[in-house]
Write a protein that binds this ligand. Sequence first.
Ligand SMILES: Cc1cc2nc3c(=O)[nH]c(=O)nc-3n(C[C@H](O)[C@H](O)[C@H](O)COP(=O)(O)OP(=O)(O)OC[C@H]3O[C@@H](n4cnc5c(N)ncnc54)[C@H](O)[C@@H]3O)c2cc1C
Length: 537
Amino acid sequence: MNPATHSVFNQSPPLIDTNLFTSDLALVDAVRREGAAWAIANLEEFGRLVGSREAIAWGSQANEFTPVLRTHDRWGNRIDEVEFHPSWHEWMRLSVGARLHDLPWMDPRPGAHVARAALFFLASQTESGHLCPISMTYSSIPALRREPHVAAIWERRILSGQYDPRCRPATEKTGVLIGMAMTEKQGGSDVRANTTRAVSVDDREYLLTGHKWFCSAPMCDAFLVLAQAPGGLTCFLLPRWTPDGTRNRFFLQRLKNKLGNRSNASSEVEFDDAFAWRIGEEGRGVATIIEMVTHTRLDCVLGSAALMRQAMVQALHHARHRSAFGKKLLDQPLMRNVLADLALESEAATLLALRLARAFDRRQEEGPFQRIATAVAKYWICKRAPVHVGEAMECLGGNGYVEESLLPRLYREIPLNSIWEGAGNVICLDVLRAMGKEPEAVEAFRAEIRLGSDTRLDEFVRTLDADLARPEESKARRTVERMALALQASLLLRHSPSALSDAFCASRLAGDWGRAFGTLPGIELGAILSHAAPPTE
Ligand SMILES: Cc1cc2nc3c(=O)[nH]c(=O)nc-3n(C[C@H](O)[C@H](O)[C@H](O)COP(=O)(O)OP(=O)(O)OC[C@H]3O[C@@H](n4cnc5c(N)ncnc54)[C@H](O)[C@@H]3O)c2cc1C
């Protein structure tokens, strides 16, 4: 800087070397309450690591130096590999080492899904892209278990806790990762339209021919895929290398040029008599792979809640340090309202995400609740997040629109959670399906809402009950939105300071609110803000 031209002042300092776990009171409380108090020390350490200057730098680099497809080697042999920047591998090593990809399966004690959810929530805030293969690997295990002889071999490799980035046969590797490929050119939501064909070699082994239009993290070691077998749509595990040690006939066509999620590679792929093992019975493909989809939907919820948290913290940090018109932004009444509204939405998302994770820990007892709450939370939190992050970006003014602020990366990433693993409408229709097929799921959902006590919630539930009694397809978004709001209000009433639950009920349930963030009725904004991020952050 040339001191003769200007000096730099009134810029907020970088938000680095903060502990993303200990600074998040709602998360710490939720982890304890939802059954993972035993993981607190580990989460404290992980929160420090992922908030460190070094991890933040890896996140920026992995998104700046994006993956490159290498279809052939220098001699013209097909290799179908993707090359990543070293910073991607650092993140993968960190997350696999912390067992984000397998904790509840490796150490299935009560609260393991909650502990893993909190780890996922923390990592998402600094680098989301690498969590795609992490999430798919975590989610693959319940589906793989439908075929015990395959699970016995692959589960051991997944649970090694080692990240081995080499493209080698799984038998030679210290650890493996699993992807998923269902979507084809002609249909993603409606997988029954899949045209990839499977021909059996013997009872368990098949050859697959066809294509997949989206296949993310193609450097995974095997993929759960759907294909049409003689008995109907069937699930398979398709490895990158065949059992005889040759490259499988799995051909990467190109990488997608995506809006965000740029550190991660998403490919188009073709199979030409590619070797695969059948998972589950022929004709039961959707029922088999849905186990995987259910768990990745939990991660969509966690990922969106995490990005809301990070965007809100960045906004709050900026407002604490930046002055305009003679005051810190944080002391400007209108900015306080915007920030408090963002903080409220973020806390409601965190509480719901962690409560949902607990239902995954307690599927024996809470199966019906888990089934319907996964879809409700996936719809609503992923739907709220893009608007939320956009508003947080505006709190930083022009700086928020500039890449180094992190907000542009969050903003590009955030719509994805709403699209993949079931886009908004598809998820709402899934809620209606659950209502029709499993009335006990609606009952469990109602019972959970009733645990919160407030007259505004009672009134809201009374009108919601009318929707639940006669669900209509064209009104499904409205119904699901109201289910989510009632559940979030119930959780806030039970577990958050009254300033938050009161503001939530007044605004989101009783309608004392505008259509943009920053329109709270003005109650106890200070208490909401100090709860969102303690002064030390
Ligand atoms: C970055 C990225 C990575 C991805 N990675 C993978 C991957 O690794 N593996 C994989 O298998 N897929 C992957 N996908 C694909 C993703 O899961 C699909 O795009 C998604 O499921 C939607 O399918 P579609 O694109 O075919 O849209 P469509 O199914 O054509 O849906 C289009 C729209 O119509 C709506 N819609 C559909 N049916 C109905 C209905 N009955 N009533 C009302 N509305 C309806 C949907 O909600 C959606 O808004 C990825 C996608 C992206 C963007």
